[in-house]
Design a protein around this ligand. Structure first.
Ligand SMILES: Cc1ncc(C[n+]2csc(CCOP(=O)(O)OP(=O)(O)O)c2C)c(N)n1
Length: 995
């Protein structure tokens, strides 16, 4: 049919925006548009809603403008939505001409055609990925989808060649339906499937649409670019086959089948570097890791071969357990077209995906170090397997952190190396969602699915991903469909479980072979040239293989860069200088008890602030949270930044901290510790999302990258850290030994038996003690604010870093005896690993030789014991506190216990016998007793009996249990123990006043 668009100018203007606006109006009030339009819309019925009703989604919708506010940091997602200004619809759509009353039927038909074509186009944008050809094995075929069928929109075969006016949508003014469908298929259904219509932000959606539609979602590569891709594929493939030949059957978790990962990643670095990225922190699983180390990080092939020959990755004299080669990290500088970029691969354990937030924490720390406020210089890049990506809970936690003020890093690029299998499990058993990447939709991240056997498409999506990230500072996912040529590892037989898939794989030429043939067919390379590239590379590997025989790593890669100047931990007491000039303590003390004028603090907090002020004025009665603020505040004044994150940490779970004060009329925020003095270091205190695994990983990562900040993670109650056990076991306690990576991270774990039930009593102290070995961590269970002050400061006042696990109190936060004097924090004072009985200081106890019992304990139970002991007026019971359990202060305890030559010794704890510190302490205390030649070198247990659950749910029962154990600890035998002749001490111990 011939239809004169030009002469029907009203229809010429019938572009998408126009129609959408009018349709919206029609939905509100059908009589507000001309009756002819009303009739068209009525005929469209629900279809109209899909295409025209979605004002936010469609590219023709009124554009929104995001209002970005704040202080350099972009607002959260909800801030953005709140700040959106909507473009108003014209007040009255009436009068927008439709057609003359006596309109010819053909005009009406043409309008309907336009609208239906727009609906079809929109559906391709939404669902086109379902038609895309993603599976290189061609087993998973795209299914026909009714929403992508022109027939569903009322078009028949006869309509295919009729011109339809679409007003420059898809870059065409008008086209036949056949042409429209062809363009749509090319753009949305080729080797790339794009999911982006779920994005909430119109700008982002429009950007992706424009980025892909204009060029039919394809990059035209230069000849050099294509040759480079071939070269990278060759390196990737031949490296694996070479290892396979030389070390047949040795586990390497090869990349075979996913080789396009190499050119894809290189493109991220290259384009990223052009867009201002100068550092990329990478996290990845085992699969393809050696390939990445060699071909991307440029770890010498000879070094890798040497490790395959059984040699260690580090020089012989470097301590530590080491790790398998496919977990190791490394870093390298690469140059892309004159832009230098630093690449750092984070070491990780076998636990899939656990490294995700560790990487984010590192990125955040690096961004701060570089003053990268726009978050465009340092990029996080996470690689995932398909099964792990959809299966592991840490993945949504990672996405959840992506836009949060305290954790955002300006967007992570996620690359799923989707080999369509997880060990032996097929996707249909492994997830309920269609794609493994669906989890990324929790943050509306765009998802670019791509066929791994089309390396050009892979490089193309990599380019889009990094451009998107740099522009919008949000996460984006590339889902690269590939296959795994061998079993889960190289000695597995995959045909046991996936025989059909593996028959296909056997027949499947490699990605390199396919691409070499493609370039030959296109005449870019000569016949056989691909093989020549391959032989050259193999010859290079041969020479590296020879060199590996005499290869010796010359230095371990640690304590460099930011860590330069740090040393291995040594010595016994390791106190560090933690005492502080009284003047500074007072300066900090006064600033944490003051608020600006006119700042309306909640009256209850006013009382707390006044109390704090009094503590500082009198120098007495410093409570736990004040000591904490003094510890942190003095560090800040010494130019040491502090970062504290945890659930409700700003206020404090027990309403004790109030690190952020809220104005009661405006909700303005005031942070006293950020306002001590001009030039102090920055203080961050962050209410974290309700996650332990993700957030603890993040803070650990931060501490890896930043030894010069105090980094603290706080659990709401100590036992909730069990959700982060992977980070504790596999990173915090073992990272230094496995990977030579120190961390000074502090964990605050509220602990103590106060009748609050099984889950709020125990921070599972026993776990940390069981994990203690080889000087890996420090575990403390403190009883005084001064000791807390010192232990926090000690963390930063030494030349090494060790993770510090602190059992923190709950009831002691407000216990009248749990206070310290300012003088206990002053210059010359220090942390004490063992604390003597307070009544000893005041000379209220019998002399040492008359002490009949020494009760050794740790933590809050000290106060229960001391109170009852005082009530009973006992003078011959000495209560000794083990403030630090690991490293066990053997030397100090030896000199502390040898004074009591007429006493028996008990270990008293409030935890059940199979928990707490008994198992850990018993052997060590008895060692000491033997050393000092104690009459009775056994230490007896007093505490709750073995139990399955950490504590009772009944307060009454708790109280009875607690009274019983205190009573038992303080009940002396009626007869004096017969003294055995004293043995000579095994070693001369040094006597110190307090340790
Ligand atoms: C948390 C965790 N659970 C189980 C394993 C054991 N495991 C190692 S690899 C693997 C399959 C992973 O599949 P996928 O994520 O698709 O990656 P692929 O190995 O296929 O590259 C499993 C289950 C593990 N390493 N980590």
């Amino acid at each position: 049919m011939s239809f004169d668009f030009e002469s029907n100018s009203y229809l010429y203007g019938a572009n998408e925006t126009y129609l959408a606006q009018m349709y919206a109006r029609y939905l509100e009030d059908p009589s507000s548009v001309d009756p002819e339009w009303s009739e068209v819309f009525r005929d469209l019925a629900d279809d109209g809603k899909n295409v025209l009703g979605e004002q936010q989604g469609a590219s023709w919708a009124p554009r929104k403008t995001s209002v970005i506010g704040g202080n350099g940091d972009a607002p959260s997602m909800s801030d953005v939505t709140a700040g959106v200004e909507r473009q108003a619809y014209p007040a009255n759509m009436k009068g927008m001409p439709f057609m003359p009353m006596a309109a010819p039927e053909q005009i009406r038909q043409a309008t309907m055609d336009s609208i239906r074509a727009l609906m079809l186009i929109r559906n391709y944008r939404v669902r086109g990925h379902l038609h895309s050809k993603l599976d290189p094995l061609d087993i998973l075929k795209p299914l026909p989808h009714s929403e992508l069928d022109p027939e569903s929109f009322g078009f028949t075969n006869a309509d295919m060649d009729r011109p339809i006016f679409i007003n420059y949508v898809l870059g065409m003014e008008s086209a036949t339906l056949r042409q429209i469908v062809k363009v749509l298929e090319e753009t949305y259904c080729g080797k790339i499937g794009v999911e982006f219509m779920h994005i909430q932000e119109p700008d982002e959606k429009a950007w992706i649409q424009e980025r892909i539609e204009g060029i039919r979602n394809r990059t035209d590569f230069t000849d050099l670019g294509r040759r480079t891709i071939l070269e990278r594929l060759t390196q990737a493939e031949i490296f694996e086959t070479y290892l396979d030949r030389k070390y047949t059957g040795t586990k390497r978790f090869g990349l075979d089948g996913g080789e396009s990962m190499v050119p894809l990643m290189e493109q991220i670095f290259k384009r990223g570097a052009q867009l201002g990225v100068d550092e990329v922190i990478i996290g990845m699983p085992h699969r393809g890791r050696l390939n990445l180390l060699a071909n991307i990080m440029r770890k010498p092939y000879r070094a890798i071969f040497s490790e395959f020959q059984g040699n260690t990755a580090n020089p012989e004299d470097v301590q530590g357990s080491g790790d398998v080669k496919y977990h190791l990290g490394t870093s390298a500088d690469r140059d892309f077209d004159g832009n230098s970029i630093h690449l750092s691969l984070t070491a990780n354990p076998s636990h899939l995906e656990a490294v995700n937030t560790v990487v984010l924490g590192k990125v955040r720390a690096k961004q701060r170090q570089k003053g990268d406020e726009q978050r465009e210089k340092v990029l996080g890049l996470l690689l995932h397997g398909d099964a792990a990506f959809s299966g592991q809970g840490i993945v949504p936690e990672t996405f959840d952190l992506s836009q949060l003020r305290g954790y955002r890093t300006g967007g992570t690029i996620h690359l799923v190396v989707n080999n369509q299998i997880g060990f032996t499990t097929s996707p249909s058993f492994s997830r309920s969602s269609p794609y493994c990447s669906d989890v990324a939709k929790v943050v509306s991240a765009p998802i670019l699915h791509v066929n791994g056997d089309d390396p050009e498409a892979c490089v193309h999506v990599a380019r889009i991903a990094v451009e998107y990230r740099q522009r919008f500072k949000k996460d984006i996912v590339i889902d690269m469909w590939c296959y795994r040529r061998h079993g889960h590892n190289e000695s597995d037989e995959p045909a046991f479980t996936q025989p059909i898939m593996y028959r296909h794989i056997k027949e499947q030429p490699t990605t390199r072979a396919l691409y070499a043939k493609h370039l030959e067919d296109e005449g870019l390379i000569e016949k056989g040239e691909g093989d020549k590239v391959l032989q050259n590379f193999r010859a290079h590997l041969d020479s590296e293989f020879e060199a590996a025989k005499s290869y010796k790593p010359n230095k371990a890669d640690w304590l460099e860069g930011r860590w330069a100047g740090m040393q291995l931990a040594s010595g016994d007491a390791r106190r560090g200088e933690t005492g502080v000039d009284l003047g500074l303590l007072q300066e900090v003390g006064y600033s944490i008890s003051e608020v600006p004028q006119n700042f309306q603090v909640n009256p209850k907090i006013v009382r707390q602030l006044n109390a704090k002020r009094k503590m500082i004025e009198s120098g007495e009665g410093i409570d736990w949270s004040t000591a904490e603020a003094l510890g942190l505040g003095t560090l800040l004044c010494e130019s040491i930044p502090v970062r504290l994150s945890g659930e409700d940490s700003q206020r404090g779970t027990f309403s004790q901290r109030h690190a952020v004060l809220i104005d009661q009329s405006t909700e303005d925020r005031y942070i006293p510790l950020s306002n001590i003095r001009y030039g102090q270091a920055p203080f961050e205190v962050i209410d974290s999302p309700l996650s332990e695994f993700g957030v603890l990983g993040f803070e650990y990562g931060y501490s890896l990258a930043e030894p010069h900040s105090l980094v603290i993670w706080e659990a709401q109650f100590g036992d909730f850290a069990n959700g982060a056990q992977v980070i504790i076991d596999q990173f915090i306690v073992s990272g230094e030994s496995k990977w030579l990576r120190m961390s000074g991270l502090v964990l605050l774990l509220p602990h103590g038996y106060e009748g609050q039930g099984p889950e709020h009593s125990s921070a599972k102290l026993e776990r940390y003690l069981q994990l203690s070995a080889e000087d890996n961590i420090q575990v403390v269970n403190l009883t005084t604010p001064a000791n807390y002050f010192h232990v926090l400061r000690r963390q930063m006042r030494r030349e090494f870093r060790k993770p510090l696990i602190i059992m923190t109190p709950k009831s002691l936060l407000r216990h009248k005896r749990c206070v310290s004097a300012l003088s206990e924090m002053a210059m010359g004072t220090t942390f004490h690993r063992v604390l003597w009985d307070d009544r000893h200081r005041t000379k209220e106890l019998a002399k040492d030789s008359d002490i009949r019992r020494v009760v050794l304990c740790s933590g809050k139970v000290y106060y229960d014991l001391a109170e009852e002991r005082d009530k009973r007026g006992l003078k011959d019971v000495f209560i000794m506190r083990m403030e630090q359990l690991y490293p066990f202060p053997k030397k100090a305890l030896t000199s502390d216990l040898e004074r009591f030559n007429n006493a028996d010794f008990i270990w008293c704890q409030e935890e059940p016998r199979n928990m707490g510190s008994w198992f850990f302490a018993r052997e060590r205390v008895e060692d000491v007793l033997e050393d000092i030649g104690a009459a009775n070198p056994r230490v007896n247990y007093v505490g709750r009996p073995e139990a399955a659950s950490p504590a009772t749910g009944s307060l009454r029962r708790h109280t009875m249990e607690q009274e019983k154990l205190v009573d038992e600890a303080l009940t002396l035998p009626t007869k004096k123990p017969v003294r055995a002749p004293r043995k000579a001490p095994a070693k001369k111990s040094v006597r110190v006043k307090r340790s």
